[in-house]
Design a protein around this ligand. Structure first.
Ligand SMILES: Cc1cc2nc3c(=O)[nH]c(=O)nc-3n(C[C@H](O)[C@H](O)[C@H](O)COP(=O)(O)O)c2cc1C
Ligand SMILES: Nc1ncnc2c1ncn2[C@@H]1O[C@H](COP(=O)(O)OP(=O)(O)O)[C@@H](O)[C@H]1O
Length: 311
């Protein structure tokens, strides 16, 4: 898969079949749409293209700085790559771009830049300045500029929209089982290991504190989770706490992981950590001794769970 940072720098050898969307989560519903795209490309000897925008239109237009996404833009690219796409175009969503008239968008972006022979799009897709154009307009533009339009049905689209919303809600609630089932893969958090309060080692459980750069990344609700990571080529399991560490007087939210059967310096390293299941909610224990007891139980639970994955 080739990633292009703008439609204007896109190049392809052949005509293309294009779909447009955010595809946040790249979940089981999205995969069906992408499968239609890659199949159509194969049958027609075209190249498959996903056109996506960044930042998310809602971040720019509604000043909705607080919108949270299931995937960072890097994760989205990595997940789409696994689906056998030929091209991912991450076009910058700017104020100027948002003001483009529908016909200019079709001619400049879809036809001239992306060489679209076919566009696969939701029945309710709206585009162009103030989202004035709809799928019927797109079909007319198709006749004018020589591309086909394939409509994704209401039912199929609702399945996709519902699962994106359901995944976000499930993640907020810490319902990892549900979120992972809709995603079709374990939700992941990626970031750099930073210094914490240096209490972990004293408690007998050193924890790698993860700093996630992308402020729009949705962090699952507070709680203690069984996790998995890949550190220097090896699978490492662990237990993660997402919370404010109230027992030791913490205030700010941290994401910290104790890795099992592991003992090396992780400061400054980049980790991608998959969340596999929830153990319990974070609690404000009356003493540090009680917190340590709880962590010992978390470890027993986690090791049993991990063992069950291996049989
Ligand atoms: C598996 C696990 C469970 C935890 N559960 C709680 C909890 O229920 N309540 C709490 O206040 N802190 C909890 N913590 C956070 C500890 O207080 C934290 O690891 C400790 O403050 C070390 O912080 P440091 O890495 O900044 O040194 C948990 C940590 C881990 C790894
Ligand atoms: N098994 C382990 N799991 C997590 N971190 C470990 C482990 N063994 C060693 N470390 C190292 O210890 C650091 C955490 O120690 P800790 O006392 O909790 O300090 P901090 O408050 O800076 O996180 C990690 O960032 C990592 O470099």
């Amino acid at each position: 898969m080739k990633t292009h940072s703008s439609a204007h720098t896109f190049t392809s050898e052949k005509g293309t079949v294009v779909t447009i969307g955010t595809f946040d989560g790249v979940h089981i519903g999205h995969k069906k749409i992408i499968a239609r795209l890659t199949e159509s490309a194969q049958v027609n000897q075209w190249e498959s293209v996903v056109l996506t925008f960044f930042p998310h239109p809602r971040m720019l237009l509604q000043k909705d700085a607080d919108i949270k996404l299931i995937n960072t833009i890097t994760e989205r690219g990595d997940l789409l790559e696994k689906l056998g796409l030929d091209h991912l175009v991450v076009h910058p969503f700017t104020i100027d771009f948002s003001r483009m008239h529908a016909e200019d968008f079709v001619e400049e972006i879809l036809v001239n830049a992306l060489h679209a022979k076919k566009v696969i799009i939701g029945y309710d897709h709206r585009f162009g300045r103030n989202r004035t154009a709809n799928i019927d307009d797109l079909k007319q533009f198709g006749a004018q500029f020589g591309f086909e339009v394939e409509e994704i049905s209401k039912q199929e689209l609702e399945d996709v929209a519902v699962s994106s919303t359901k995944i976000r809600t499930a993640l907020h609630e810490g319902d990892i089982d549900k979120a992972n089932a809709y995603l079709g893969y374990p939700i992941m958090l990626e970031g750099n290991v930073v210094y914490g309060k240096s209490l972990g080692k004293k408690l007998g459980y050193p924890t790698a504190n993860l700093h996630i750069q992308e402020d729009y990344k949705l962090i699952p609700g507070q709680g203690v989770y069984v996790v998995r990571s890949y550190i220097e080529g090896a699978i490492v399991y662990g237990m993660m706490n997402i919370g404010t560490n109230p027992t030791v007087g913490g205030v700010a939210q941290t994401i910290e992981t104790y890795f099992f059967d592991f003992d090396s310096d992780l400061y400054g390293k980049r980790l991608s950590i998959e969340i596999l299941c929830k153990i319990r909610s974070e609690q404000n224990f009356e003493s540090v001794e009680l917190l340590i007891e709880a962590m010992k139980e978390d470890e027993i639970f986690s090791r049993t769970y991990i063992q069950s994955l291996k049989v």
